[in-house]
Design a protein around this ligand. Structure first.
Ligand code: AKG
Length: 262
């Protein structure tokens, strides 16, 4: 499923491509994404500014049976545990991101970690496209999961600070395309069934889709043994209202199921 070399690449770079690992699950994922788009949840948003359509939605796996099957029955849990080098793979949340053809908007550079109420070094996101990806690809800054400080979380709509009253010592959002700092940007052509595994602290974004075909992706986020709830300055994304967890606790297993090592 994943080689020792791929695990060490993931640990070193914060991201790795695993070819074909979900090839038997592409149909199930596609049905789930179609169901999600037909019946969006409360967090669904439209992110395209003027042209095209960039739909995203998250935290729907408990009401979308195809997503629940992927969480519980696919190789994802075992793959997550292996990549994170963790005994446990605990599911955090699903995220659907669809860029229709004719959508020039790029997904802004960001880390997922600062938006979450989780801290820990064992995390993995699996980004799984359902269409051939040649241009609207995911891009990741190699090694950024080990940066000393996290990157400022901002609102994707207007670039304003994400947290109210925030005094955290963030570093500013990098601009690998404009910068001459020599960031090592990882980016792969992909097919349905492939997955990019990345640490949720790895800075990433995605290209726009001005001319390519439709680009659907399902992204699934997992945490491992050392993940703990952390208090943020205000509402996180996703917010999980009523979670009732306290700083330092493991994520509650009735909401975030332990799929491997429970
Ligand atoms: O698919 C995209 O446009 C961006 C994906 C992303 O940011 C993620 O999966 O965390």
């Amino acid at each position: 499923m994943i080689t020792e070399q791929q695990i060490s690449d993931f640990q070193r770079d914060g991201a790795v491509l695993v070819k074909g690992v979900f090839k038997d699950w592409v149909e199930v994922m596609a049905k789930g994404v179609a169901r999600n788009m037909a019946e969006p949840g409360p967090y669904a948003s439209e992110n395209a500014v003027s042209e095209g359509r960039f739909f995203d939605d998250y935290c729907n796996w408990t009401r979308i049976p195809e997503f629940e099957r992927i969480v519980r029955e696919s190789p994802a849990g075992a793959l997550a545990a292996a990549a994170m080098q963790s005994k446990k793979a605990q599911f955090f949340h699903d995220h659907v991101l669809v860029k229709e053809s004719g959508t020039p908007k790029a997904t802004p550079w960001h880390q997922d970690g600062p938006y979450y109420f989780v801290e820990g070094s064992q995390t993995v996101s699996m980004w799984m496209p359902l269409d051939v990806v040649t241009t609207a690809s995911l891009r990741l800054i190699a090694g950024s999961h080990k940066w000393e400080k996290p990157v400022r979380p901002v609102s994707w709509a207007d670039n304003s600070d994400f947290y109210e009253g925030d005094t955290t010592d963030w570093i500013e959002v990098p601009d690998p395309d404009g910068d001459t700092d020599g960031f090592d940007v990882l980016e792969w052509a992909m097919e349905p069934g492939d997955a990019v595994l990345f640490d949720y602290r790895t800075v990433h974004g995605a290209r726009g889709n001005p001319k390519g075909g439709r680009r659907r992706a399902l992204s699934m986020r997992w945490v491992g043994d050392d993940a703990r709830y952390v208090q943020r300055p205000s509402r996180t994304s996703p917010p999980f209202p009523g979670h009732d967890m306290q700083a330092g606790q493991i994520l509650r297993e009735d909401w975030f199921p332990v799929i491997v090592g429970g």
